[in-house]
Design a protein around this ligand. Structure first.
Ligand code: OAD
Ligand code: ZN
Length: 248
């Protein structure tokens, strides 16, 4: 692992045009469980709860089973070494943009200025009737599902399964993926599309793809990633930053 950390730091030190694609594994060390795998959300909760059909048919149930728990977790969480390392990479002029599948806002909290929220943001709720937005922290939760002044039901500003990726997020992400020199793929199982296509686009256009994950993914197995740094995202990112500071 140490040799690969050194290799990644060296390669990153030679570019000003890296892009990151991040997933739930980035926030595990902040206390937010991933979706898939051991200890994942889908071990306890039927993934159907994340579908728009389920939300439309029974919003109170989805609020009670999934959204309330997410709110508690996101409220308590703080950026970890992975988020801080990526913020440092931006500050050093190496990393342009983070394309994140996470909705927890931790990249922005760590200081990254250019974050594409590919699956939306949990920081906001939107009324399904009048479209007015309310900060999640300010939503009156005394009644479930919570309601807007107009009587409409609030939904989080996130993408449920069965919904489209915001077109501008998708367009910009594809553009960045096809123009970057290095794509860092951190803590994502890379099975949810179209997010998982971004490293494939980067690779096809000649970028280096560096994966940081505790486990292999389809990107590792299909040789989309040049190499996998197997370890916890926070520890690996910390190692990369230490090495970069030595080099630069
Ligand atoms: P997953 O839960 O599918 O995958 C998490 C990945 O992080 C796995 O590959 C783990 O091996 C890895 N991992 C776990 N802990 C880690 C750690 N400490 N350091 C590094 N890696 C670690 O999460 P995503 O790939 O983000 O969609 O899932 C993609 C989408 O599926 C989510 O955005 C969400 C979900 O349904 C929506 O909300 C629309
Ligand atoms: Zn309303």
């Amino acid at each position: 692992m140490d040799d690969l950390i050194k290799r990644a730091a060296k390669e990153l030190s030679e570019t000003k045009n890296a892009v990151a694609l991040t997933g739930a594994g980035c926030s595990v060390e902040s206390g937010i469980p991933p979706f898939r795998g051991k200890g994942g959300v889908w071990e306890r909760i039927d993934p159907d709860y994340a579908s728009i059909e389920k939300f439309m048919s029974d919003p109170a149930d989805v609020w009670n089973v999934l959204i309330k728990e997410m709110k508690d977790l996101v409220d308590k969480s703080k950026p970890n070494e992975c988020h801080k390392g990526l913020a440092k990479l931006e500050e050093m002029g190496i990393l342009n943009t983070i394309i994140t599948q996470n909705v927890d806002g931790l990249h922005q909290m760590a200081g990254n200025k250019d974050v594409i929220e590919f699956h939306g943001s949990f920081a906001w709720q939107r009324c399904m009737d009048c479209s007015e937005k309310c900060e999640t922290g300010k939503v009156d939760m005394s009644e479930i599902p919570p309601r807007c002044k107009c009587g409409g039901i609030y939904r989080p500003e996130v993408i449920f399964f069965g919904e489209m990726i915001p077109p501008d997020a998708l367009f910009r992400s594809k553009q960045l993926a096809s123009q970057c020199d290095i794509m860092l793929v951190v803590g994502t199982s890379a099975v949810v599309h179209p997010a998982a296509m971004m490293p494939v686009i980067a690779k096809q256009k000649g970028a280096k793809v560096i994966e940081i994950n505790m486990e292999r993914t389809p990107l590792t197995d299909d040789h989309i990633s040049d190499y996998l740094i197997a370890g916890k995202a926070g520890e690996v990112m910390k190692g990369i930053i230490t090495e970069l500071e030595r080099l630069m």
